[in-house]
Design a protein around this ligand. Structure first.
Ligand code: MRU
Length: 359
């Protein structure tokens, strides 16, 4: 895996989480932010798998896009029959699907690549042309994500007024997607339209996506952002500084239960206690009607070192038992609305989410 280092901010360049460049996946190593801007050049599905597992790329839509490119890399050098090519595509897709369990966008993107490859295999194209078309499909997933997020931002912005304080948790921004993000999209659009919002970013223990990524990308863009520790959210709400909460999600179950970064549930409970609306922003590709409730969503557990020696320094006694779930479930009754590219959805979620796909 080669590394290309671009240090410091290049004034008007917006950092892109990933892009296809010269036959490889160029991926911003998010583990190193905000201190270092390093783009990795990935050329194999194994490298993409590892980048997803180790959070070099993270955020539900971004890992789906990365995995789609991983499939492209897997068959880039393939020489064989159409049937063998399809079997290779499926093999790489199934392998990449084992990288992380919670974000449904990963499986959604891989299923889309598999279905596309199935059609290609029957089309009689040469392997060279099929590979070209497969790359174009991955690029389309990325381009659609950008357009989708802009629409989500437009819908979400109708819920905010000039002067409001808005709290967010984790990073559901441009770094977690192709561009704009989901929960952070309305902040970028507000900036474009001169609407002043005061954003509070939870730091998001244990991996600090809020501090390292949300505070970083919003500050770079010029959004008014204030970083707080997770345990300060109730305090700032009690002071009357927060008029809305907006977060992203890794998977919405058919009944409207929402999986998102650990700590989201606590924020939702606090929002309820303070009578503050709690919004969830996501593309349709994050809504999983085949998962009935939040209890059916697999929750990733990560290494204890993230809690006891995050970023290399020991902060807990050696050998202490650690529980480190990466996500939690916010029950649908705490969710004021789900904001998608097709509009704003409210309870009853079981009916209204289903109708969204029928429209
Ligand atoms: O573990 P991470 O950093 O991948 O978790 C990311 C989140 O929880 C995001 O809020 C979610 O994926 C939505 S990103 C638009």
């Amino acid at each position: 895996m080669s590394k290309e280092q671009r240090q410091g901010k290049q004034s008007d360049e917006v950092l892109q989480s990933l892009r296809w460049e010269k036959g490889a996946l160029s991926l911003l190593d998010q583990r190193l932010l905000p201190e270092e801007t390093v783009y990795l050049r990935l050329t194999t599905p194994q490298e993409v798998w590892e980048a997803i597992r180790e959070l070099k790329v993270r955020g539900a839509p971004a890992i789906g896009i990365a995995a789609a490119y991983g499939v492209v890399l897997g068959v880039a050098e393939f020489a064989g029959s159409g049937e063998e090519w399809l079997a290779e595509v499926n093999r790489h897709a199934e392998y990449l699907a084992t990288s992380r369990p919670t974000a449904v966008n990963l499986f959604w993107a891989l299923d889309r690549m598999k279905a596309f490859a199935q059609d290609l295999a029957q089309s009689g194209k040469t392997i060279v042309d099929a590979n070209q078309a497969l790359l174009a499909e991955a690029q389309l997933i990325q381009a659609e994500d950008e357009a989708t997020n802009r629409l989500i931002g437009e819908h979400a912005l109708t819920l905010f007024q000039d002067g409001m304080g808005v709290l967010t948790h984790c990073n559901a921004g441009g770094l977690a997607t192709a561009k704009y993000g989901t929960a952070l999209a309305p902040f970028y659009l507000a900036l474009e339209q001169g609407i002043k919002l005061k954003v509070f970013a939870d730091e998001t223990r244990p991996v600090l996506q809020g501090a390292r990524l949300t505070a970083f990308e919003l500050q770079q863009a010029g959004v008014d952002v204030t970083l707080i520790c997770d345990n300060m959210a109730g305090h700032v709400m009690s002071k009357g500084w927060i008029q809305a909460v907006i977060v992203g999600t890794d998977r919405v179950a058919a009944n409207g239960d929402v999986a998102n970064k650990i700590g989201t549930y606590s924020v939702a409970v606090l929002a309820k206690a303070h009578n503050i609306p709690f919004y969830v922003a996501c593309p349709l590709s994050t809504i999983d009607l085949s998962t009935p409730t939040g209890a059916d969503i697999p929750i990733e557990e990560r290494h204890s070192d993230e809690v006891s020696m995050g970023f290399g320094k020991r902060t807990a006694p050696q050998g202490v038992a650690v529980y480190n779930p990466a996500f939690d479930i916010t029950p649908n009754e705490l969710v004021t609305a789900i904001i998608t590219e097709k509009g704003i959805i409210k309870a009853p979620y079981s009916d209204n989410l289903r109708q969204l796909f029928d429209r």
